[in-house]
Design a protein around this ligand. Structure first.
Ligand SMILES: Cc1ncc(C[n+]2csc(CCOP(=O)(O)OP(=O)(O)O)c2C)c(N)n1
Length: 612
């Protein structure tokens, strides 16, 4: 029996010797590589925090001490050590364990994450509460250098550093976001670790820590020792933290010693830990980006199955923006740290002067785009639906209110899959369509996506094209770009009694259903402005209008159609199919589409139910 098999909770971990802990780290590493090679998941980030996680659970007492994992994609070692090893085979699958911390999943998951840069704020709230309850436990935010680039992290630091709370912020610095990290803060962190500084600190920290007496009695003296090791006036010190580091995040002994010391110190503490993304697995060390989020792979050589030839919507966007930029020198592309996922890599290579990775900073991305547009540049913001949520006020206040033209290319809209509720693109139609001055489109196939992006780019105002994760029906893509008339839907099939109003990628299944029940099928194309004339015609010539969308039913495209039905007093019945009033759990897109009645068979069933 190996050591890992004996660990059912952090209590078991605490019984091991230091040398056994080192072996345990190796076992966890092998287990994660094997397990993720079968389930897929976030590999590189997890391999980078194994020693840190073991050290944290060894030194602190979770859940009394509050571990808040920023983004939370790096919690596989934490899950394994807190009784979920056997469930790792169900990671990210329907009904299985989540790829992120989830408070309903385990008492050890103190705070749910998924979107980045929330950990310091949540930890500070908990530290404040612990103080009020006279409890000595620590609230610990473990945050990556990528997540640290977001404004919210600084809001938390600003607040925490001016308090006397027992908060420990651990900066897990691997010099990577998903791609290479960017920005002035990243340059600063690189400086902190550059030259001989890091090496000498690493050596001296080992030496100093090995002679530090038990902390309880000598906390004060140790603090002086620790302080002696730091660079005076680091940014984090200026923010009011006691800054320690950088220390080697793969040196388990150094981690345990340093954390043990920090455990005894009061007030805001900041530990800078240097880790390597993908540590201990050569393919991931060589290409951490490729293994940031992976599907299944061959664990022996890291080979991933070749992608299907079918272009994804992301590919369609990536090709379109390169073509468009070739014809319009004013086009600028902006991504908040998602160049790869959004399909901007080709663009960034071809047009580096017009490519802006602004870091994990969605709010800034939108207002930065507004600034560019005010000076007559033409920004295209590539953003995932779920992350656009963060920039809502910027979109309303800085962009729409002033009607500043730009194109939002909204990827991962609708049902997203294994990443689960934190990443689901359920809400964009609802939260966008109530904002004045925005044209909103959803393509039903790949070619239409290209034409809509062109339409939006040429539109002299604000436009959004929202498209799903993955590929569509496989339509052939016409390189010629032709603008689609704004607000015009497309009749796909003429039937009677029932009209299926399909928004975006729901068209395919709507058509299958429509053929079976002889229904009229419409490709709605625009959520805003809606084709009111067509809806009025359909409402007076059909008994039932059925709307289909991959968005929350509440406030979504179907609701927009209902508003027209009500406003014009149309006599038809209506049925809205989409995401009900709940968060979309993890699972494959196919499973989830079925669950929410978006496949042809379910559409027919819902209609039959409605009409009986
Ligand atoms: C608000 C928000 N924007 C974008 C993302 C997508 N995302 C997930 S992980 C990640 C990189 C995080 O980098 P870092 O914090 O350094 O962690 P690492 O994976 O390098 O350990 C990004 C951009 C997100 N989760 N949340």
């Amino acid at each position: 029996m190996n050591l890992l098999d004996k660990i059912n909770s952090p209590k078991d971990l605490k019984k091991l010797s230091r040398s056994e802990l080192v072996i345990l780290c190796d076992e966890i590493r092998n287990f994660i590589i094997e397990s993720v090679s079968k389930t897929g998941g976030h590999l590189s980030s997890n391999l980078g925090v194994i020693e840190l996680t073991v050290a944290l659970h060894y030194v602190f007492d979770c859940p009394q001490d509050k571990f808040i994992w920023d983004v939370g994609h790096q919690t596989y070692p934490h899950k394994i050590l807190t009784g979920r090893k056997k469930k790792m085979g169900t990671l990210r699958a329907l009904g299985g364990i989540s790829g992120f911390p989830k408070i309903l999943e385990s008492d050890y998951d103190i705070f749910g994450t998924g979107h980045s840069s929330t950990s310091i704020s949540a930890a500070l709230g908990m530290a404040e509460a612990l103080k009020k309850k006279n409890l000595e436990h620590k609230a610990i935010a473990i945050i990556g250098d990528g997540a640290m680039t977001a404004g919210m992290a600084f809001e938390g630091l600003n607040n925490a550093g001016d308090s006397s709370n027992n908060i420990l912020v651990i900066l897990n610095d691997n010099d990577m976001s998903i791609s290479k990290n960017v920005g002035a803060l990243n340059n600063y962190l690189a400086k902190l670790m550059s030259g001989n500084l890091y090496g000498s600190i690493k050596r001296s920290s080992k030496a100093v820590l090995s002679v530090i007496p038990p902390m309880l009695e000598f906390a004060k003296r140790a603090e002086e020792h620790m302080k002696g090791m730091v660079i005076p006036g680091t940014l984090f010190e200026e923010f009011g933290f006691n800054y320690i580091g950088p220390i080697d995040g793969h040196d388990l002994n150094a981690l345990i010693d340093t954390l043990s010391n920090l455990k005894e110190l009061r007030g805001p503490q900041f530990l800078h830990v240097a880790t390597q993304k993908g540590f201990g697995y050569e393919p991931a060390e060589i290409d951490p980006n490729k293994f940031h989020g992976v599907g299944q792979f061959n664990m022996n050589d890291g080979a991933q199955p070749l992608k299907t030839k079918k272009a994804t919507y992301t590919d369609v966007f990536g090709d379109w923006i390169v073509d468009m930029a070739g014809t319009d020198k004013k086009l600028c592309a902006i991504t908040p740290a998602m160049s790869d996922g959004s399909g901007l890599n080709k663009f960034s290579e071809k047009f580096p002067d017009r490519f802006f990775d602004v870091g994990i900073a969605e709010q800034h991305a939108i207002t930065f785009a507004a600034g560019l547009a005010r000076e007559n540049y033409k920004p295209v913001i590539a953003i995932y639906s779920t992350f656009l949520q963060r920039a809502y006020d910027q979109l309303i206040h800085d962009v729409a209110l002033q009607n500043i033209p730009m194109l939002l290319a909204i990827d991962r809209a609708g049902i997203v899959g294994q990443d689960g509720p934190t990443h689901s693109g359920s809400f964009d139609l609802s939260f966008l369509r109530c904002i004045p001055n925005i044209v909103i489109m959803a393509p039903s196939n790949e070619n239409e996506c290209r034409q809509m992006l062109y339409t939006g780019f040429k539109f002299k105002g604000i436009s959004a094209v929202r498209y799903p994760r993955g590929s569509g029906p496989g339509s052939s893509i016409k390189s010629m770009m032709v603008a689609i008339p704004i607000g015009k839907a497309e009749l796909i099939r003429k039937g009677n009694k029932i009209a299926l109003l399909a928004f975006g990628n729901t068209l395919d299944e709507a058509l299958k259903a429509g053929e079976k029940i002889n229904a009229t099928v419409i490709n709605m194309r625009f959520i805003k402005p809606l084709d009111i004339k067509l809806i009025r015609d359909l409402g007076s010539s059909h008994k039932l209008l059925v709307t289909l969308e991959e968005n929350a039913i509440s406030g979504g495209a179907g609701s927009a159609v209902l508003e027209i039905i009500s406003e014009y007093g149309l006599k038809c019945q209506s049925l809205r199919i989409g995401i009900p009033d709940e968060f979309v759990e993890q699972g494959s897109q196919e499973q989830l589409r079925k669950k929410y009645g978006l496949d042809a068979a379910s559409i027919i069933k819902s209609i039959e139910k409605k009409l009986t």
